[in-house]
Each structure stands twice: as structure tokens, then as C-alpha cells.
Ligand binder design. Structure first.
Ligand code: CP
Length: 309
């Protein structure tokens, strides 16, 4: 196995090779051991400075990257657009070039516009990690999701994974589809027809409108929230009705008489797409996903830093 990634940026899963993903998992295994030791820090990125540049809100991704960077002994600066000079009209490229002038080596960026990190990668030399670009991709989320499936079920290949919810507005769904397929899993998407992209079948996924049938089929259910902040029109009558037809609860799971691993990338809207009796059950690996996110992001940052420029 190569010890280097095939790319100097992590812009999405689409352009990663299977070898890249396996190298990230193998490296994450080693970092997971490190963060479970009494001394959780290694000097691997001691001479590297990383800027976390967030133009959209985040809890998990931002904290997880910052912790990963600190565990690797990198110097870290944080930028949030809500209290920055973006408010005074500065462009994305000017903002990032100003940050890079302060001798920053790597940019971790979340942005509302699909393609924003790809645009940056054509204009700057520093490594870029996409921490979510609009409705497009969220590569580290898919890596930590598939890593968590591998941890719980032994392997990803051959597993049936249903992604349930607002697929249309989800960057998590697209990155998961790419990662799961590269690792040999079968993928189904399930949701109201209005929340499924028109040509989603062209990605080689099964499509199901009935959540019970999706749950009957799958080994793993990755449940996504309704992204109301990205919806300019009404895609379904009410959250109450969505919950009635697509909400995953214990009564529904119990009626299937089978074991399903339950995942959710967060943030959870309890009582809408998932009930507490499922989210907090032993079948759910939602907090394992968050824990694994730190090790996976340490692996990504460490490997990108060592790609020859
Ligand atoms: N899963 C995820 O991206 O969560 P945040 O928006 O809180 O980072």
C-alpha cells in the first residue's frame, strides 16, 4: 500500500482512490490508539500552521478539526465569517490570501457555495480540506461514517446502507454514496420524492420512497435531518407529517425484527427524522461517529501535510 495520498487537497470523495481511503483508515487506526492514551498528543505537525476558515455554522466539524490539529501539535487559527471583514465586502480569495500571508500552511474550509474549495485550489498553493461546500460534498464526514461502519460491522464491503431523509440538500449523502461505493457497499436513498434529486439513479444507487421497505433492506441506516435553512420552497406539508411518514422510531424498528446499525451525522432534530428512543439506543453509533471524526481528521491532515508539493 502506498504511504502517500494521490492528492494534495481533500476536496471531495469523488476523486479519492480506494487506496487513498484505505490509507486514511489505516492511519486513523493508529491515531485512534494515540487519542486513547493518557498523553493524547503527538508532534507530527509541530511546524505546520492550519487555519480553520468557516463561512457557515458548525459544531462537530469545527471542534473536531481543531482538536485533531491540536493533537498533532499544529499551530491553529480560527476564522468565522460572521465576525470578520467579509461583512465589509472582502472576497473569498482576498480573505484566504490574507490569511496565507501570515505563513499558514493549510486551510480547512466550510462554505455555503458548492465548489468554493475547488475554486480556491486553483488559486492558492496551500493544502485545502473541504469541511463542507454547500449541498455538494462533506468528505471527512463520509470518511468518519464509513470508518465507523467498518469499526462496528468489521467491513464496509458487501453491506447494505440506506441513506434516509433530505437527500436533495445534503452534502453528507453525496460524499457517503461515493465512499460507500468505492468500499464495495450497496447504497439506497430513501425520502419523499421531492427531497430526492431527479437523476440520483445515475449514481448507481437504489431509490425507495417507503422508509419501512428501506429499513427492511438495509444493514445500516444513515438518517439525515431536513435542511430547512437550504429550502426556499415547501417540499412537504409539515414537519409533523414528515415525522409521521419518515421518522425512525423504536416501534418501527422493533416491528422489523432485525438488527440495524443507526447513524446520523448531526445535528439531530429529535422527534422529526429520529426519535430519542432510537438515537440513544445501543443500535446507534452516533457518538462513535463523532469520536472517530477526530482520529480520521488527524489522519487526513497528517497525510496531506506529507504529500510532496
Ligand atoms: N456533521 C456536521 O457537519 O455537523 P456540524 O454542522 O455541526 O459541523
Amino acid at each position: 500500500m502506498s504511504q502517500q495520498l494521490s492528492t494534495k487537497h481533500l476536496l471531495g470523495i469523488e476523486n479519492l482512490t480506494l487506496e487513498d481511503i484505505e490509507l486514511i483508515f489505516k492511519t486513523a487506526d493508529e491515531f485512534k490508539d494515540v487519542i486513547n492514551r493518557p498523553i493524547k498528543k503527538v508532534p507530527s505537525l509541530r511546524d505546520i500552521t492550519i487555519a480553520n476558515v468557516f463561512f457557515e455554522n458548525s459544531t462537530r466539524t469545527k471542534l473536531s478539526f481543531e482538536l485533531a490539529e491540536k493533537r498533532l501539535s499544529a499551530d491553529v487559527i480560527n476564522f468565522s465569517s460572521s465576525n470578520s471583514s467579509v461583512k465589509k465586502g472582502e472576497t473569498l480569495l482576498d480573505t484566504v490570501n490574507n490569511i496565507l500571508s501570515m505563513k499558514v500552511d493549510m486551510i480547512v474550509m466550510r462554505h455555503a457555495s458548492p465548489g468554493a474549495p475547488h475554486f480556491l485550489s486553483r488559486h492558492i498553493e496551500a493544502n485545502i480540506v473541504n469541511a463542507g461546500d454547500g449541498t455538494h460534498e462533506h468528505p471527512t464526514q463520509a470518511l468518519l461514517d464509513t470508518y465507523s461502519i467498518r469499526e462496528r460491522l468489521g467491513e464496509v464491503g458487501g453491506k447494505k446502507v440506506a441513506i434516509i431523509g433530505d437527500i436533495l440538500h445534503s452534502r453528507v449523502a453525496l460524499s457517503n454514496i461515493f465512499a460507500l461505493q468505492k468500499l464495495g457497499a450497496e447504497v439506497m436513498v430513501c425520502g419523499p420524492i421531492t427531497l430526492l434529486p431527479k437523476h440520483i439513479q445515475s449514481l448507481g444507487v437504489k431509490v425507495e420512497l417507503d422508509v419501512r421497505k428501506a429499513l427492511e433492506w438495509c444493514d445500516v441506516a444513515n438518517i439525515l435531518r431536513i435542511q430547512l435553512e437550504r429550502q426556499q420552497i415547501k417540499y412537504f406539508p409539515s414537519l409533523r407529517e414528515y415525522s409521521l411518514y419518515y421518522g425512525v422510531n423504536k416501534a418501527l424498528l422493533d416491528s422489523l425484527n432485525k438488527e440495524i446499525t443507526i447513524m446520523h451525522p448531526g445535528p439531530i432534530n429529535r422527534g422529526v427524522e429520529i426519535n430519542s428512543d432510537v438515537a440513544d439506543s445501543d443500535h446507534a453509533i452516533i457518538l462513535d461517529q463523532v469520536e472517530n471524526g477526530v482520529a480520521v481528521r488527524m489522519a487526513v491532515l497528517y497525510l496531506l501535510a506529507s504529500v510532496s508539493k
